[in-house]
Design a binder for this molecule. Structure first.
Ligand code: FE2
Length: 323
């Protein structure tokens, strides 16, 4: 990502990634990817449930086709909306009153033909201050980066974000893929890293963690431990670190991972949240202590490419100071 004058390099929070930090992270990340079990905030998990779901999905897919519901589910999955939300903060720096954030999560951009074009159409002409993407770029896990990045280039082509695009990784994203994404697209990856965004003499701190549902490490806790006295926004793939971010003084926490349940009960109540903790934070707006959080329903889908009683979205969040 090109250097931007409104990103602050104050000597303690460098604007550019620290190569030694990135090298250490990548070494650890590759070990976690090879481990065959999930590293979570609650310790290592064997991933039995995931394997069980992988056996159930084909049966679910066949059942939907037999009932004639499969095509309706696919149509639902492509029926994305742009949702506008206004959020009020007593401690928002004055220059950020009206700051507009385009939040997208769980693009899984190769899950259905036409999804990238749908995202491009929805975001075209939408002017925001920054775009935050909270992980999960592909439907599967691993594999070549090129086809995914080609889809993402279509989806993100017309995003008009003054301060740029900032992205974190999800549980579907391998470390090498993330670095390729940053090299080849005009975005900044935040991997257990912080950055300051400036408006005049005011500034906010933006922190992003690595995925914590499969690739948790203490680096996520370290970055969430403090906002360094600034108004803090945390990007974390799942809401499972909400308490840590609230304790660290963050004001806003943006996440995804749950797809809003993807296939939910009538009324939108999620059945499968993919969370091992904080299941009550699986969808929509929530609060944790003094912190406001939003768990987006995602853009794309995984496993069986359908939605029922949930709707994918891109979200525009407008920050407001207390009135
Ligand atoms: Fe996802």
């Amino acid at each position: 990502m090109d250097a931007k004058p409104y990103l602050v390099d104050d000597g303690t929070i460098p604007q550019a990634p620290d190569p030694s930090h990135r090298d250490a992270w990548l070494s650890r990340r590759k070990l976690l990817e090879a481990a065959g079990e999930r590293s979570t905030p609650l310790g290592c998990r064997p991933g039995v449930l995931g394997r069980l779901f992988n056996m159930i999905y084909p049966v679910f897919s066949v059942a939907l086709r037999a009932c004639g519901l499969y095509r309706a589910g696919v149509r639902n999955a492509l029926d994305l909306r742009l949702r506008e939300i206004e959020l009020e903060f007593a401690d928002l720096p004055a220059a950020f009153d009206g700051y507009r954030i385009l939040h997208m999560t769980d693009l899984h951009i190769d899950c259905l033909p036409g999804l990238a074009d749908t995202v491009a159409t929805l975001t075209r002409g939408v002017s925001v201050d920054a775009c935050f993407i909270t992980g999960d770029y592909q439907e599967g896990h691993g594999g070549p980066a090129d086809p995914i990045i080609d889809h993402l280039k279509v989806a993100l082509a017309d995003i008009d974000a003054r301060d740029g695009i900032f992205a974190i990784l999800g549980n579907h994203d391998e470390g090498e893929f993330g670095l390729a994404l940053e090299r080849r697209m005009d975005l900044r990856l935040l991997i257990n890293e912080k950055i300051l965004i400036r408006r005049g003499s005011d500034r906010v701190l933006l922190a992003g963690t690595d995925d914590v549902s499969f690739f948790y490490s203490e680096g996520a806790d370290a970055v969430l431990a403090s906002t360094d006295g600034e108004f803090g926004i945390a990007l974390v793939h799942s809401p499972e670190m909400a308490e840590a971010a609230a304790a660290g003084g963050y004001s806003l926490y943006l996440s995804g991972h749950t797809h809003g349940g993807q296939v939910s009960l009538p009324g939108g109540r999620p059945v499968v949240t993919r969370l091992i903790r904080n299941r009550e934070l699986a969808a929509g707006l929530w609060s944790c202590g003094d912190m406001t959080g939003y768990t987006g329903p995602g853009v794309g889908v995984t496993a069986v490419p359908v939605r029922f009683f949930t709707r994918g979205e891109v979200t525009v969040l407008t920050l407001r100071g207390a009135r």
